[in-house]
Design a binder for this molecule. Structure first.
Ligand SMILES: [Zn+2]
Length: 184
Protein backbone atom coordinates (compact mmCIF):
# COMPACT_ATOMS: atom_id res chain seq x y z
CA UNK A 1 0.00 0.00 0.00
CA UNK A 2 1.31 3.47 -0.80
CA UNK A 3 2.46 5.90 1.88
CA UNK A 4 -0.37 8.41 1.39
CA UNK A 5 -2.96 5.64 1.89
CA UNK A 6 -1.12 4.58 5.09
CA UNK A 7 -1.19 8.17 6.35
CA UNK A 8 -4.94 8.58 5.67
CA UNK A 9 -5.80 5.21 7.24
CA UNK A 10 -3.77 6.09 10.36
CA UNK A 11 -5.51 9.48 10.58
CA UNK A 12 -8.91 7.77 10.34
CA UNK A 13 -7.82 5.34 13.09
CA UNK A 14 -6.97 8.25 15.40
CA UNK A 15 -10.30 9.95 14.66
CA UNK A 16 -12.19 6.67 15.17
CA UNK A 17 -10.57 6.37 18.61
CA UNK A 18 -12.13 9.75 19.42
CA UNK A 19 -8.79 11.45 20.06
CA UNK A 20 -9.81 14.58 18.12
CA UNK A 21 -12.18 15.43 20.99
CA UNK A 22 -9.22 16.08 23.25
CA UNK A 23 -6.30 16.65 20.86
CA UNK A 24 -5.85 18.74 17.75
CA UNK A 25 -6.16 16.94 14.41
CA UNK A 26 -2.62 18.20 13.63
CA UNK A 27 -1.37 16.14 16.61
CA UNK A 28 -3.10 13.00 15.26
CA UNK A 29 -1.74 13.82 11.79
CA UNK A 30 1.79 14.10 13.23
CA UNK A 31 1.61 10.60 14.77
CA UNK A 32 0.05 9.32 11.51
CA UNK A 33 3.10 10.68 9.72
CA UNK A 34 5.43 8.87 12.17
CA UNK A 35 3.55 5.61 11.49
CA UNK A 36 4.34 5.97 7.76
CA UNK A 37 8.08 6.31 8.41
CA UNK A 38 8.66 2.54 8.64
CA UNK A 39 8.27 2.62 4.85
CA UNK A 40 11.77 4.15 4.80
CA UNK A 41 12.91 0.52 5.11
CA UNK A 42 12.16 0.23 1.37
CA UNK A 43 15.46 2.06 0.89
CA UNK A 44 17.47 -0.35 3.05
CA UNK A 45 17.67 -3.00 0.32
CA UNK A 46 19.18 -0.75 -2.42
CA UNK A 47 21.50 0.79 0.19
CA UNK A 48 22.76 -2.70 1.03
CA UNK A 49 21.76 -2.78 4.73
CA UNK A 50 19.48 -5.78 4.34
CA UNK A 51 18.32 -8.21 1.71
CA UNK A 52 14.75 -8.34 3.04
CA UNK A 53 12.20 -5.91 1.63
CA UNK A 54 10.13 -4.17 4.39
CA UNK A 55 12.51 -5.30 7.13
CA UNK A 56 11.11 -2.84 9.71
CA UNK A 57 7.57 -4.08 9.15
CA UNK A 58 7.95 -6.53 12.04
CA UNK A 59 6.15 -7.15 15.34
CA UNK A 60 9.09 -5.82 17.39
CA UNK A 61 9.05 -2.34 15.81
CA UNK A 62 5.31 -2.02 15.24
CA UNK A 63 3.77 -3.77 18.24
CA UNK A 64 6.13 -4.81 21.04
CA UNK A 65 8.21 -1.57 21.23
CA UNK A 66 5.28 0.91 21.18
CA UNK A 67 3.17 -1.12 23.60
CA UNK A 68 6.13 -1.63 25.99
CA UNK A 69 6.73 2.15 25.89
CA UNK A 70 3.01 2.67 26.42
CA UNK A 71 3.09 0.51 29.60
CA UNK A 72 6.27 2.25 30.82
CA UNK A 73 4.68 5.70 30.20
CA UNK A 74 1.56 4.63 32.04
CA UNK A 75 3.64 3.78 35.12
CA UNK A 76 5.71 6.98 34.95
CA UNK A 77 2.62 9.15 34.52
CA UNK A 78 0.50 7.34 37.09
CA UNK A 79 0.77 10.00 39.78
CA UNK A 80 1.17 12.97 37.49
CA UNK A 81 -1.38 15.20 35.79
CA UNK A 82 -0.18 14.31 32.31
CA UNK A 83 -1.21 11.33 30.19
CA UNK A 84 0.63 12.66 27.16
CA UNK A 85 3.15 9.86 26.55
CA UNK A 86 0.83 6.95 27.23
CA UNK A 87 -1.65 8.40 24.71
CA UNK A 88 1.17 8.99 22.21
CA UNK A 89 2.54 5.43 22.36
CA UNK A 90 -0.91 3.81 22.41
CA UNK A 91 -1.89 5.70 19.27
CA UNK A 92 1.47 5.06 17.58
CA UNK A 93 1.16 1.32 18.35
CA UNK A 94 -2.36 1.16 16.92
CA UNK A 95 -1.27 3.02 13.77
CA UNK A 96 1.91 0.96 13.21
CA UNK A 97 0.04 -2.32 13.73
CA UNK A 98 -2.63 -1.08 11.31
CA UNK A 99 0.11 -0.17 8.81
CA UNK A 100 1.46 -3.75 8.73
CA UNK A 101 -2.06 -5.22 8.48
CA UNK A 102 -2.83 -2.87 5.56
CA UNK A 103 0.36 -4.01 3.78
CA UNK A 104 -0.59 -7.67 4.34
CA UNK A 105 -3.76 -7.13 2.28
CA UNK A 106 -1.47 -6.97 -0.76
CA UNK A 107 0.78 -9.88 0.11
CA UNK A 108 2.86 -11.60 2.76
CA UNK A 109 5.05 -9.67 5.21
CA UNK A 110 7.97 -11.14 7.18
CA UNK A 111 6.60 -9.89 10.52
CA UNK A 112 9.08 -11.88 12.66
CA UNK A 113 12.20 -10.74 10.76
CA UNK A 114 15.11 -10.74 11.73
CA UNK A 115 14.51 -13.57 14.24
CA UNK A 116 12.54 -15.62 11.72
CA UNK A 117 12.11 -14.79 8.05
CA UNK A 118 8.94 -16.72 7.28
CA UNK A 119 6.26 -15.03 5.18
CA UNK A 120 3.04 -14.32 7.09
CA UNK A 121 -0.24 -14.00 5.20
CA UNK A 122 -3.70 -12.83 6.18
CA UNK A 123 -6.04 -15.86 6.36
CA UNK A 124 -6.90 -16.73 2.80
CA UNK A 125 -10.70 -16.88 2.81
CA UNK A 126 -12.51 -16.24 -0.44
CA UNK A 127 -16.31 -16.42 -0.33
CA UNK A 128 -18.37 -15.62 -3.39
CA UNK A 129 -22.18 -15.53 -3.53
CA UNK A 130 -22.29 -17.84 -6.55
CA UNK A 131 -19.59 -19.21 -8.81
CA UNK A 132 -20.57 -16.86 -11.65
CA UNK A 133 -20.94 -13.79 -9.40
CA UNK A 134 -17.44 -12.37 -9.69
CA UNK A 135 -17.50 -9.96 -6.72
CA UNK A 136 -16.46 -11.76 -3.54
CA UNK A 137 -18.39 -11.45 -0.25
CA UNK A 138 -15.27 -11.96 1.87
CA UNK A 139 -11.70 -11.62 0.54
CA UNK A 140 -8.30 -10.28 1.58
CA UNK A 141 -9.40 -6.61 1.62
CA UNK A 142 -12.38 -7.32 3.88
CA UNK A 143 -10.26 -9.46 6.22
CA UNK A 144 -7.52 -6.81 6.38
CA UNK A 145 -10.03 -4.04 7.09
CA UNK A 146 -11.69 -6.17 9.79
CA UNK A 147 -8.31 -6.74 11.45
CA UNK A 148 -7.64 -2.98 11.24
CA UNK A 149 -11.04 -2.26 12.86
CA UNK A 150 -10.29 -4.75 15.67
CA UNK A 151 -7.02 -2.92 16.41
CA UNK A 152 -8.87 0.44 16.52
CA UNK A 153 -11.51 -1.09 18.79
CA UNK A 154 -8.77 -2.44 21.11
CA UNK A 155 -7.12 1.02 21.18
CA UNK A 156 -10.42 2.76 22.00
CA UNK A 157 -11.22 0.40 24.86
CA UNK A 158 -7.73 0.80 26.35
CA UNK A 159 -7.93 4.59 25.94
CA UNK A 160 -11.40 4.78 27.55
CA UNK A 161 -10.35 2.45 30.38
CA UNK A 162 -7.42 4.75 31.18
CA UNK A 163 -9.77 7.74 31.07
CA UNK A 164 -12.14 6.19 33.62
CA UNK A 165 -9.23 5.23 35.88
CA UNK A 166 -7.74 8.74 35.74
CA UNK A 167 -10.87 10.89 35.86
CA UNK A 168 -13.31 8.72 37.79
CA UNK A 169 -10.81 7.04 40.13
CA UNK A 170 -11.91 3.52 39.14
CA UNK A 171 -9.84 0.34 39.45
CA UNK A 172 -8.77 -1.33 36.17
CA UNK A 173 -11.50 -3.96 36.13
CA UNK A 174 -14.30 -1.49 36.87
CA UNK A 175 -12.92 1.06 34.39
CA UNK A 176 -12.71 -1.64 31.70
CA UNK A 177 -16.33 -2.67 32.40
CA UNK A 178 -17.41 0.98 32.17
CA UNK A 179 -15.62 1.51 28.85
CA UNK A 180 -17.36 -1.60 27.42
CA UNK A 181 -20.77 -0.54 28.75
CA UNK A 182 -20.27 2.85 27.06
CA UNK A 183 -19.97 0.97 23.77
CA UNK A 184 -22.69 -1.69 24.12
ZN1 LIG B 1 4.59 -0.26 4.62
Amino acid sequence: MDSLAHFILALIAGMAMGLHRKHKVTYIAFISFLAVLIDLDHFLVPLGYTTVYRSMHNVYVTMIAPFALFIASYHFEKNTRSDRWQTFFLLLGVMLTGHVIADMIYGPVKIFYPLDDRDVYLPNIDIQATSDFTSEVIGPIGIGMTAYAVIIFFGSVVHDTLYHMRHNGLQVREAFRRSLSDLF
